[in-house]
Design a protein around this ligand. Structure first.
Ligand SMILES: Cc1ncc(COP(=O)(O)O)c(C=O)c1O
Ligand SMILES: Nc1c(O)cccc1C(=O)C[C@H](N)C(=O)O
Length: 440
């Protein structure tokens, strides 16, 4: 216990006063006075679960009321055109593109992340196998084996990061069976070394959902390309928390959800990025009528549209989609670099407060200390983590419990302040002081 509470609380106040993003908090509905905890701590809820479900942006309810009352209620079918419903997946995709470093025309919104993982992985395998069949050289030819090795459909391996969020692993396994590939789980940091001449695709999480570890997107992408394969990144835990740079790093395909740091709401639609260079060859395994070149031609034969909208499938879920569009307005004028700087300051400060307040041996951080390896969450191993998190929530500090022993705290720079961070660590220390037990 190095630093006293008063010192850290004062420092938090100073950091909040100097925070260039602090005005953004007012753009969210946060139940600051709605703490139904039975503790005597009456200064509201500290919400550190934006990495599961982002808070509600204040602009959303009025926009949804208009969509329901006027666009659906009065304009009805005309809204597909007059209210821009039909083109919403690409329009909102471009808005997300700005946050993940993708130029317009490469991101389409719709379906769940799970469904987009399927489209991306199968689509990427098909591209890799088509290139191999055509005897095309890998981009820099250094590790892809000879053209003979690549020719004739020998790209028959999918790599997946070993600690992936489960849905990605399940879908990659099914995609492998469907495409005649084998699936090889590899720790994400080792994918660059493991990729070889038979690899078609590597599917990697940008930030690990349990540990908060940030994986090396530029380095892994370059290594996968050097072996002549494609990479699909899952951005669920990075988009909206840090700059991603999809175009700058030459990423092939990417997917992500919009209900975490993008605050789109429960079950809001996910997105799919298909780099422009791959779009002509992107052969979706779910070719619905919405991605047909002439959807209202209702032709029996499928002919894909051009561009990112090749990733569409069926009718978009307009209510969720337009709630997401309104939610994304909070990003106007926000620089991803400023978000990243605050995210790192928040997680650094939390780790310091935990170190200062929590008795030694009670928790152990599994989130990397190095900034270049840290996303926007802190995961602490803790004995009886399930009970500890339940008590934290009762006392107004909302995080996640991830089995078997992880307390997970997500830091959303647009609405989390340094005073929240200090209070969360203080309440954690109080809960642990009342419960026996060393780190599990
Ligand atoms: C990394 C990652 N991928 C995928 C998902 C799940 O996607 P969905 O349930 O929206 O299909 C999540 C979270 O639920 C996740 O954290
Ligand atoms: N998508 C979720 C849901 O529908 C219910 C509860 C939680 C979630 C999540 O997003 C979990 C999250 N992906 C995680 O990282 O644990």
């Amino acid at each position: 216990m190095s630093e006293p509470h008063a010192t850290l609380a004062e420092e938090a106040a100073k950091l909040d006063a100097a925070d260039e993003l602090r005005a953004k908090r007012a753009e969210f509905v946060l139940d600051d006075s709605d703490n139904d905890s039975d503790s005597d701590d009456s200064d509201g809820t500290v919400y550190l679960d934006g990495n599961s479900l982002g808070a509600l942006p204040a602009a959303v309810p009025a926009r949804l009321a208009d969509v329901i009352g006027r666009e659906w209620g009065r304009l009805r079918i005309r809204s597909w055109e007059e209210s821009g419903w039909w083109t919403a997946p690409e329009r909102i995709g471009d808005r997300i593109g700005r946050l993940v470093g993708a130029a317009p025309g490469q991101v389409v919104v719709g379906d769940s992340t799970s469904v987009n993982v399927f489209k991306a992985v199968v689509g990427a395998v098909r591209i890799a196998q088509a290139r191999a069949a055509a005897g095309e050289e890998p981009r820099d030819g250094t590790r892809g084996g000879s053209p003979e090795e690549s020719r004739g459909g020998t790209r028959d391996e999918i790599l997946v990061d070993e600690s992936t969020f489960p849905t990605d692993g399940y879908i990659a396994e099914s995609a492998a069976r469907m495409t005649g590939c084998t699936l090889r789980p590899v720790p994400a940091p080792d994918i660059a070394a493991a990729v070889g001449p038979r690899t078609a695709v590597a599917l990697v999480n940008h930030v690990d959902y349990r540990t908060g570890r940030l994986h090396d997107l530029p380095g892994t992408t370059a290594a996968v390309h050097a072996a002549g394969a494609l990479v699909v990144w899952d951005l669920c835990h990075s988009a909206g928390a840090l700059p991603v740079g999809l175009d700058a790093h030459g990423v092939d395909l990417a997917v992500g959800c919009t209900y975490k740091y993008l605050n789109g709401g429960p079950g809001s639609p996910a997105y799919l990025y298909v780099a422009r260079e791959h779009q002509p060859r992107f052969d979706s395994p779910l070719p619905g009528w919405n991605s047909h070149a002439d959807p209202f031609g209702m032709a029996p034969a499928y002919a894909p549209a051009d561009g990112a909208l090749r990733g569409r499938v069926g009718t978009p879920d307009i209510l969720s989609m337009l709630a997401l569009e309104a939610a994304l307005e909070v990003w106007d004028g926000v620089s991803p670099d400023a978000v990243r700087a605050k995210s790192l300051a928040l997680t650094d400060f939390f780790l310091r407060c935990v170190e200062a307040y929590v008795p030694a041996g009670r928790v152990e951080s599994v989130t990397p200390a190095a900034h270049q390896e840290r996303g926007s969450q802190v995961a602490l191993r803790c004995a009886d983590a399930g009970e500890v998190m339940a008590e934290l929530i009762r006392r107004g500090v909302v995080g996640d419990f991830r089995r078997p022993d992880i307390l997970r705290f997500g830091f959303t720079p647009l609405y989390t302040g340094f005073a929240d961070v200090e209070r969360a660590a203080r309440v954690l220390a109080a809960v642990l002081a009342e419960a026996p037990g060393e780190v599990a």
